[in-house]
Ligand binder design. Structure first.
Ligand code: IVH
Length: 669
């Protein structure tokens, strides 16, 4: 085949895949099997790999992600992205509609639609191709997140039929509840912190730098506004329906997700319908949006500084349900803080099943005056766990108040509550199971010592078996001990040991964060490490010296003092020091001559180190870091998602490739 044939073949494959994608995701009417689809996709992928120069940024293969972004670029919106004025009051909605009609002095039609609870996106299409996708930002300028938006299956990359040649379309990116729950289940299993709600998760996902990860998360997108239309439609409703033909996912009138009405009664009917039905939607909405349909009338009504006069949002009140309180349990956190949790008779709320609710602390329980088997009112705020906002006293069956506990439910140590603190604590820091395993989980977490391959369950198992009782014990684990554990195969045992060894290179500030000193988060740890330079200086600092550090106040300072006055903690730390963890900020001092005389180029992203950390490691071991691959380069440290051009050049020049693990092995010798 000559170049032209290949190009035609790739074009034909892309066109077919775009059409099948639309049939599957937008029209719900697949034309071929998943297997057949995958085969076509693989064929195109192979061609793109073979002929990278012919690959198209809007190729259907881009759905799986792959492009890495270093930092999102800020770009100005061609048309500012306004917000909506909103109201919780039906009366105000009626007044808005009457005001519109009065100003227009003629009959008008209203469009009622859902207020999707996600993040706004503005997408520009030129000649039917997605060119650019910007977040709302401050309304004037937003961040360019095109690579991530390309992974959303319901966003068309190539339009069909009679689309305008250059236009912008806006909509809402959201995460369906089911995908959100799946994601959190995975995170729970891996011992990672849970996401609070689908909206925040969608916003966070859209700003991930790795589009492959975005592709896995299952975002979705509904369109709610088409701009720059001159001939395709006279009104909003018609424009949105036209966008369906071009390939966009738009709300379905048959499911009442969008509706045209010319009366205020029609608006109210739509509001009432969705207030009752919203729990049955597979995604979150926080209200409905009402818009004047005709573009000409919209222009006549105009805008205020922040929002159009031709649209308004009616917001639903926070959802509440009643259910029965079955019991109260008390959880012990990593810091020993005791949190009372209400166990509830399972009940549906906002699309998810609620079984538990946080009661926060003793005062909160006291305020609610909870009795056994009370009927309680549960509300979903922005948090992961819903909260109990009240008790239905008319249904109270018993006067048996539920007491707060006096001893730790895990280790039976008497609880303490310091003056002015809301929380009770278990003081048995080093001997209370959830505190110990929680501290170990924190120690190994990604932002601390980044020890991979160890989930919460395994840590608990190791604790129960007496293999580890503190972070230091991790460093004496043996291959045989690991292999004897359920579910630990040779390969994962090896990886884990390697990851534990690599953690000895993690910089001081992250080790300090990993110790889990109360109130010493990532930022405080960094400040302390920079200020004191090493651990012994920090240990000998008194209150005054601590308070002299930027952003450190009484609360943090006394927590640090208390931590270092505990002989058991000091013993643990000297153990960690002895096995070689970093307890000094990386000066530009030389650790070794291991890499002397060699030039390294770093490319892609890494699991254990940031690129800056890698650079420092190379330099402190005598090596040089080059910015691009050249004849002078000896090694290319190849991370994930490295650019194909760099790889090609390195291969051409005969540069040796090192994986992250190769490099770790090299410097641990
Ligand atoms: S129209 C100028 N329609 O709500 C009006 N917005 O503050 C532009 N939203 O940031 C917005 N569903 O992200 C419109 N059906 C809908 C919407 C919707 C959700 C979001 C949008 C905007 C915010 C309004």
């Amino acid at each position: 085949m000559d170049q032209k044939d290949i190009q035609d073949k790739m074009q034909a494959l892309a066109t077919a895949l775009h059409a099948h994608n639309r049939a599957y995701y937008v029209l719900n009417d697949p034309q071929i099997s998943d297997y057949e689809f995958d085969m076509l996709l693989k064929e195109l992928e192979a061609l793109e790999k073979q002929y990278p120069a012919l690959s198209d940024p809007n190729s259907p293969t881009k759905r799986v992600g792959g492009d890495l972004t270093k930092k999102f670029q800020t770009k100005k919106h061609r048309i500012p992205m306004l917000s909506l004025s909103n109201s919780y009051s039906e009366q105000e909605i009626i007044e808005w509609a009457e005001r519109c009609q009065k100003t227009l002095q003629e009959a008008s039609e209203f469009v009622c639609e859902l207020k999707y609870d996600g993040v706004a996106i503005g997408m520009r299409y030129q000649n039917g191709q997605l060119q650019e996708a910007l977040t709302r930002g401050d309304g004037e300028q937003g961040e360019e997140v095109t690579a991530n938006v390309r992974t959303i299956k319901t966003v068309p990359l190539q339009l069909q039929a009679d689309f305008p040649s250059d236009f912008e379309i806006r909509g809402e990116i959201f995460m369906p509840q089911q995908n959100f729950e799946q994601l959190n289940q995975q995170r729970e299993a891996q011992g990672e912190p849970l996401f609070a709600n689908p909206r925040n998760t969608a916003a966070g996902t859209l700003k991930l730098l790795d589009s492959k990860e975005v592709a896995k998360r299952g975002l979705d997108c509904y369109l709610y506004g088409v701009h720059d239309l001159t001939e395709h439609a006279q009104g909003h409703f018609e424009a949105v329906q036209a966008a369906k033909v071009w390939g966009f996912k738009v709300p379905d009138p048959a499911a009442r997700m969008i509706e045209k009405t010319s009366s205020i009664d029609g608006i109210m009917d739509f509001i009432h319908y969705w207030d009752a039905q919203r729990a049955n939607l597979p995604f979150d909405i926080d209200g409905v949006v009402l818009k004047v349909n005709s573009f000409a009338q919209q222009a006549e009504l105009g805008l205020t500084a922040k929002s159009p006069r031709w649209a308004i949002a009616y917001k639903f009140k926070t959802q509440q349900v009643e259910t029965i309180l079955e019991s109260v349990s008390f959880q012990v956190g990593r810091t020993g803080a005791i949190t009372p949790v209400a166990n509830l008779k399972p009940v549906q709320l906002g699309g998810t099943t609620v079984k538990r609710a946080s009661l926060h602390n003793a005062d909160q329980m006291h305020k609610l005056d909870l009795c056994a088997s009370d009927t309680v009112q549960v509300e979903k705020g922005g948090e992961i766990i819903p909260k109990i906002v009240g008790v239905n006293l008319s249904l109270r069956k018993s006067e048996a108040r539920i007491p707060f506990i006096e001893v730790c439910p895990e280790c039976q140590a008497p609880l303490v509550r310091q003056d002015g603190e809301a929380q009770h604590y278990c003081p048995n820091e080093l001997g209370c199971r959830p505190q110990v395993t929680g501290k170990i989980m924190h120690f190994i977490s990604r932002k601390a010592l980044n020890i991979d391959g160890l989930g919460e369950e395994t840590v608990e198992l190791m604790y129960t078996k007496g293999l580890i009782k503190n972070p230091l014990d991790l460093y004496s684990l043996t291959f045989d001990q690991l292999l004897a554990l359920d579910r630990m195969a040779e390969k994962s045992a090896n990886n884990l040991l390697q990851s534990i060894a690599a953690s000895k290179q993690i910089p001081f500030e992250r080790v300090l964060f990993g110790l889990g000193i109360r109130f010493v988060g990532e930022t405080v740890a960094k400040k302390l490490a920079q200020h004191f330079g090493n651990l012994s200086a920090l240990i000998s600092a008194d209150l005054e010296a601590l308070l002299a550090v930027d952003e450190i106040g009484e609360k943090i300072a006394s927590s640090i003092l208390a931590y270092f006055s505990n002989p058991l903690q000091l013993e643990l730390i000297s153990g960690l020091q002895a096995i070689g963890l970093q307890f000094e900020t990386a000066q530009k001092v030389k650790n070794s001559d291991l890499l002397e005389g060699k030039t390294y180029v770093i490319s892609g992203t890494f699991e254990t180190f940031s690129r800056d950390e890698l650079k420092e490691l190379i330099e402190s071991n005598g090596g040089k870091v080059g910015s691009s691959v050249s004849a002078k380069t000896h090694f290319l440290i190849a991370g994930a998602n490295m650019g194909p051009a760099k790889l090609q050049k390195a291969t051409d020049l005969g540069v040796t490739l090192l994986s992250e693990n190769d490099f770790i092995k090299l410097i641990s010798t």
